[in-house]
Ligand binder design. Structure first.
Ligand SMILES: Nc1nc2c(c(=O)[nH]1)N[C@H]1C(S)=C(S)[C@@H](COP(=O)(O)OP(=O)(O)OC[C@H]3O[C@@H](n4cnc5c(=O)[nH]c(N)nc54)[C@H](O)[C@@H]3O)O[C@H]1N2
Ligand SMILES: Nc1nc2c(c(=O)[nH]1)N[C@H]1C(S)=C(S)[C@@H](COP(=O)(O)OP(=O)(O)OC[C@H]3O[C@@H](n4cnc5c(=O)[nH]c(N)nc54)[C@H](O)[C@@H]3O)O[C@H]1N2
Ligand SMILES: [Mo]
Length: 760
């Protein structure tokens, strides 16, 4: 069978009589992702970059910044010319400033596929070139990545892989308290690819077996409708206060699990003193929390009563920690789960990211598959990934990270492949200014999105339809043979071919390719993976696998229960924390002496929130989009059909709309001191009053002269400041805005979907 695999699912492809690629849902996937079918059209649309391009201003003044990135014209050049220009700049930067002046952190999801994974290709190329300044952590869960090792002794990825499965939960759990919900739209994707979508089945199984769900979220849609979940609207970014009040009730009633706390945790007493207001602080009473969260005191008591009487799972969505002091809700959620005493059983405990992606809660044995060998980076400079603007603005500047003082490298050249900072980064008006500083910016990109339009040299990359690859996601039990459906569109190339061309110019082609073709590499990855695991799994030969198109790993023999060993035997299976236990208070973090993350969970006021409003009275949630993956496929049918008069929809509560004389379908302007954005009004009481939802991922479409974003990209409005000096994660979910109906003369058409004119 012919398959193409992607982060959003696996599809069959065929070629119709006009030689057009047709994608169809895979019959074995019970919840396929509709928007993925749009890749067939997007792969041949007029926004594809058809050959290498160089920015005019840069070419006139090679290797110098002229402040015109994002507002200049492009000149098409041959591959040889583009390789020549790029390799000369790479060499010059290396020789004059050293490899640390090259930033190839290149964050982003790119495409599924183990071999063509763009970041692996970037790493392999730059490690052979002598190294690069890199990025560390993810936009998704940076605060968790730093915090979890301190408090539960597991890194983030292991934590996710260890999650108690839906199957196990459905048997024993009675109540799931969903902080941030379990939006099914988010379970459509998983980094590295999806075989079968299982989250909906998993949640449904729990529901069918009688598990009760409560949705604590500003947005009703965060809970699948069939759950009929109780809705508890909460002011964004105040979950920690609610959980502290629940802890307060448990402490006052003496109804927390003292045996569990004593045996499996450290530092409870100090935390308990804080909750009771014995640390020169306000008591974290339900009345106190009600004022912060806007949840009635009565509801808080009812919630406490439920979690005391039922076997409860505290489920936290990843979104909670992409916010100011994002470490706290996670730490507090784990603390609350510890007080309920079910960690290590299938009755409850805590979950982090059930339904944030497809894989969490799935039943699979993790297999550490072979990846593309990438070598070692000799350059030690790195940044926490979301500190990219700070780095560009402040070369040589000092910053805090996980108890250390580090220094920003001085970046002269940026290379990016497979990510879109003009989608993912906060405060884009700040980024676009800082982006002018380096001498040269090179990107491999597929479409004429803002990422391409803000570069100096553009190498046109191709899509998953144009390559052979292997979908080999360690967190998905299906392995897929991604077969090439069409030849490279116009003059585009694979990232592997692009880096091969560059390494040839730079004299290390042989080390880069090892004389292996695309298919040789795929066989190498398959053969090494299957050889390493043949003791436990009987693999078909590569040829059989390739012919059939997929391979399903055997179902695991036991259902995973997170921390089950630790619970059964904490002496022989201690956690990898200094105490060997769950750290409700962490001496390590306390010793860092930070002003924005203390020794135990703590309520910090966010830098912007509904409890303290001035000019901008609405909280903006820029959640993950339903109809695309971030900015990917925004140019395809599903996402385009969801627009309102060409703009990204913003969800507004009827009372907020009425106050502003906004009708459904109006073009509105969202603004704050960081920027102005046009969007289309979608009036709905799914969202609570005081909150607006503008999903992330509309292609950034700035009108620089008007200081206006024409399309609906929320990152013009978000603030670019770290979660805390501990993790330095992104805080996109902490943003206040004002919204008004746009005047006729303020409405400007979207321009980003028009093919730019290039200078021939
Ligand atoms: N406001 C706000 N901002 C957010 C978030 C939020 O919740 N709110 N979420 C954040 C999160 S969690 C994340 S993970 C980030 C995601 O941010 P990104 O991962 O950067 O977003 P994508 O749109 O997936 O960008 C991938 C880019 O790679 C290109 N591409 C795809 N395949 C290939 C390939 O094979 N080769 C090459 N060379 N290019 C390819 C695509 O065209 C696209 O431009 O966004 C973050 N930003
Ligand atoms: N279809 C689709 N699915 C995706 C993605 C995509 O682009 N498209 N992106 C993927 C990626 S990279 C990631 S990291 C995951 C992210 O997964 P999440 O972080 O879980 O996703 P979000 O959509 O940002 O947030 C989920 C919900 O949390 C609620 N929320 C936000 N802030 C708060 C708060 O302070 N308190 C409470 N209680 N609720 C809050 C919002 O209403 C929001 O709808 O999604 C993945 N799934
Ligand atoms: Mo993410």
């Amino acid at each position: 069978m012919n398959f193409v695999s992607s982060h959003w699912g696996t599809y069959n492809f065929s070629v119709d009589k006009n030689k057009k690629i047709q994608l169809d849902n895979w019959g074995l996937d019970s919840s396929p992702t509709e928007f993925g079918l749009g890749l067939a059209d997007a792969a041949i649309d007029n926004l594809r970059i058809t050959q290498p391009h160089v920015r005019k201003g840069w070419l006139n003044n090679i290797g110098k910044s002229d402040g015109k990135r994002g507002q200049d014209e492009f000149i098409p050049v041959s591959w040889d010319e583009a390789f020549e220009l790029a390799s000369k700049e790479l060499l010059k930067t290396k020789n004059v400033y050293g490899n640390s002046a090259i930033y190839a952190g290149s964050y982003g999801w790119a495409s599924a596929g183990r071999f063509h994974h763009a970041k692996s290709q970037v790493n392999r190329f730059f490690n052979l070139f002598g190294g690069f300044s890199s990025s560390f952590q993810s936009y998704s869960y940076a605060a968790a990545q730093t915090l979890l090792p301190h408090i539960i002794g597991l890194d983030l990825y292991t934590t996710l892989e260890e999650h108690t499965t839906w199957n196990a939960l459905s048997e024993e759990c009675e109540l799931i308290l969903m902080f941030g919900g379990m939006p099914l739209k988010n379970s459509k994707v998983s980094a590295g690819g999806v075989g079968k979508h299982v989250t909906k089945l998993g949640i449904k199984k729990c529901f069918d077996k009688g598990v009760e769900f409560i949705n604590i979220s500003p947005l009703i849609d965060d809970a699948p409708k069939f759950l009929k979940a109780q809705q508890v609207p909460i002011r964004p970014n105040t979950d920690t206060a609610l959980m502290l009040a629940l802890a307060h009730i448990l402490i006052k009633n003496q109804s927390y699990d003292k045996g569990f706390i004593e045996k499996y945790t450290v530092g409870f007493d100090s935390f308990s003193d804080y909750v009771q207001g014995k640390k020169n602080n306000q008591e974290c009473s339900p009345e106190w929390a009600s004022k912060i969260t806007n949840i009635p005191v009565k509801t808080i008591y009812e919630l406490a009563n439920k979690i005391i009487t039922k076997k409860t799972m505290i489920s936290l969505s990843w979104s909670l920690q992409r916010a100011s002091r994002g470490e706290q809700p996670l730490w507090m959620g784990i603390t609350l789960a510890a007080m309920l005493g079910q960690i290590g059983t299938a009755s409850g405990g805590f979950g982090f990211g059930y339904s944030s992606v497809n894989s969490t809660g799935d039943s699979f044995d993790k297999i550490p598959w072979q990846s593309l060998p990438q070598g070692k980076n000799k350059i030690k400079d790195f940044i926490p990934v979301a500190r990219v603007t700070d780095m560009l603005e402040n070369p040589g500047g000092e910053f805090d990270y996980d108890g250390k003082k580090l220094t920003y490298p001085d970046i002269k050249l940026i290379y990016w492949a497979g990510g879109n900072p003009f989608h993912h980064h906060q405060d884009l008006n700040r980024l676009t200014k800082a982006w002018q500083k380096p001498n040269t910016i090179i990107v491999n990109e597929i479409w004429w999105n803002s990422q391409a339009r803000h570069a100096d040299i553009i190498f046109p990359a191709n899509t998953a339809l144009e390559r052979n690859d292997l979908m080999l996601n360690p967190r998905d039990p299906t392995v897929v043979a991604n077969k090439k459906a069409m030849k490279s569109y116009k003059n585009s190339k694979t990232d592997f071919e692009i880096f091969s061309g560059l390494s040839k110019k730079l004299g290390f082609l042989e080390s880069f390719t090892e004389d292996k073709s695309e298919l040789d590499w795929i066989k190498f990855i398959w053969n090494n993976s299957s050889k390493a695991h043949q003791k436990n799994i009987s693999f078909p030969s590569f040829e059989e696998f390739w012919e059939k198109g997929y391979f399903e790993l055997p179902a695991p023999k036991i259902e995973k229960i997170m921390f089950n060993d630790f619970r059964k035997d904490p002496i022989n299976f201690p956690l990898n924390t200094p105490s060997g236990k769950i750290e409700i208070s962490s001496e390590t973090i306390s010793n860092f002496q930070l002003s924005d993350c203390f020794s135990h969970p703590y309520w910090f006021e966010p830098y912007e929130w509904l409890g303290n409003i001035d000019e901008y009275p609405l909280h903006l949630i820029s959640n993950q989009p339903t109809h695309r993956l971030h900015s990917q496929l925004d140019n395809a049918a599903n996402s385009q059909n969801s627009k309102i008069k060409g703009k990204e929809p913003v969800m507004i509560n009827p009372s907020d709309a009425l106050e502003r004389d906004i009708q459904d379908g109006d073009i509105v302007m969202l603004f704050n001191k960081r920027g102005r954005v046009l969007a289309g009004a979608n009036i709905s009481d799914s969202v609570m009053p005081g909150v607006v939802v503008l999903s992330t991922g509309a292609w950034f479409d700035p009108d620089y002269a008007l200081n206006l974003e024409r399309h609906g990209n929320p990152n013009v409005l978000t603030k670019d400041v770290g979660t805390s000096s501990l993790s330095q994660g992104p805080t996109c979910h902490t943003t206040l805005v004002q919204v008004k109906k746009a005047k006729r003369e303020e409405i400007v058409d979207v321009n980003i979907f028009k093919t730019p004119e290039t200078l021939n």
